[in-house]
Design a protein around this ligand. Structure first.
Ligand code: BG6
Ligand code: MG
Length: 219
């Protein structure tokens, strides 16, 4: 039977805009300062994970136990570096085809929302000039549980009043695909099919992608 989504919920970092590389740079610098090795592979596991969850992962990897004040200071330091990196960001850093796809959804009456673990999500949307396209933005400021918990997407679906099965989640993170599946959403991976093998299907990006293809893949 044909599937028509009622809403699409997009992750931000690594799906709409290439900020995943800036998060990696920030964490890598911090890990280097602490003398802890931190690779691209480690970073893959941190995609979609909250700021505090990411710090805990790095500290655990290095066997470091720190008091709360120090952890808060380290997170502030990573975040200021991240903010410096994104300061000059513009719409030029949006992934090709993503805005066109979102506009096609909106024109077809499909609701569009954001589900991101980042507390900086509203700022990034503003910098890229796309904030007005999202009727609801659920971000790191409004959730208690980080992906793979489905809270961030459930809040979006609840705002629209739709069942998760009628909503599609677009995610570049393993934890994000798990969050979508844990919440009983339809899950589309954006990125590497091997890494995102739990997704219902994976696209490399939005160029050449459209609503008809989405419906076809999810039917
Ligand atoms: C996620 C990113 O979207 O947000 C993670 O994938 C990031 O890499 C997390 O650590 C938290 O972001 P922020 O901006 O609140 O530190
Ligand atoms: Mg992401």
């Amino acid at each position: 039977m044909a599937f028509t989504p009622k809403a699409c919920l997009f992750d931000l970092d690594g799906v709409i805009v290439d900020t995943a590389k800036y998060h990696f740079t920030g964490w890598k610098r911090l890990a280097d300062e602490l003398g802890i090795s931190f690779t691209e592979e480690d970073n893959e596991q941190l995609k979609g994970v909250s700021r505090v969850g990411s710090l805990e992962f790095i500290l655990q990897k290095g066997g470091l136990v720190l008091d709360n004040d120090t952890k808060v200071r380290l997170m502030e330091r990573k975040n200021s570096q991240y903010l410096e990196l994104v300061e000059t960001m513009t719409a030029a850093e949006l992934f090709p085809g993503v805005v066109e796809f979102i506009d096609e959804l909106l024109a077809a009456g499909v609701k569009v929302g954001l589900g991101s673990s980042s507390r900086n999500a509203p700022l990034i949307l503003e910098l890229c000039g796309i904030a007005d396209r999202f009727e609801v933005v659920v971000d790191g400021n409004s959730i208690t549980f980080s992906k793979p918990d489905p809270e961030v997407f459930l809040k979006g679906a609840h705002y629209f009043g739709f069942a998760p099965k009628d909503c599609v989640v677009f995610e570049d993170a393993v934890s994000g695909i798990q969050a979508a599946l844990n919440g009983k959403f339809r899950a589309v991976g954006v990125g590497n099919p091997q890494t995102l093998s739990q997704a219902e299907f994976v696209i490399q990006g939005f160029e050449g992608f459209n609503l008809a293809k989405l419906e076809q893949h999810l039917s």
